[in-house]
Design a protein around this ligand. Sequence first.
Ligand SMILES: CC(C)(COP(=O)(O)OP(=O)(O)OC[C@H]1O[C@@H](n2cnc3c(N)ncnc32)[C@H](O)[C@@H]1OP(=O)(O)O)[C@@H](O)C(=O)NCCC(=O)NCCS
Length: 163
Amino acid sequence: MKIRILTQNDWKIWKTFRLNALKDSPNNFGSSFEEEFNLSDLDFQEGMTKSQIFCAFADDALVSSAGFYSLQTDKTRHRGIIWGMYTLPEYREKGFASALMKTVIEHAKSRVSQIHLTCVTSNDIGLKFYLKHGFKIYGTEPKALKVNDIYFDEHLMVFDVSE
Ligand SMILES: CC(C)(COP(=O)(O)OP(=O)(O)OC[C@H]1O[C@@H](n2cnc3c(N)ncnc32)[C@H](O)[C@@H]1OP(=O)(O)O)[C@@H](O)C(=O)NCCC(=O)NCCS
């Protein structure tokens, strides 16, 4: 397994991977396939500059992802956000997402004091994964997402990296 942060030069493999993730798990992400499919290539490339996109590769193929960015205002820059955790189904339960999560947490430690993320309440596997990595639920947002007229609540989760 190799882990690295994508650059804008990787935008084509990232676009393919990301759109596939959104199509495969429509209820588990805040963003929709249709929304990102309709982005221009330039918008997609620019979007990549707003986060560090950590990816795990197996035999040179991108198999798992985790995005990270820190908030930008004076009063919020101590907070980081993790988004877009996804492992291709055939590579799951082999430790790829865990390796990425550990790498992102190390990266975050020198930049922020806490990391936030959200997890749809019905996503048992995602929830187990985040709890295993030390995240705690600090609230639950009702009807956080609406997908095809169905509402989904989201757990708000935080991990204090300064402890
Ligand atoms: C959640 C996800 C990213 C985990 O990726 P992964 O590469 O399979 O994760 P790992 O192999 O590193 O698993 C680490 C831990 O996650 C949990 N986990 C992963 N898959 C699991 C499964 N099928 N059943 C139960 N627990 C599971 C376990 O706690 C596991 O640790 P363990 O093996 O010691 O029990 C992956 O299942 C996925 O892409 N799901 C769809 C997208 C999604 O829900 N993303 C999260 C959005 S909030």
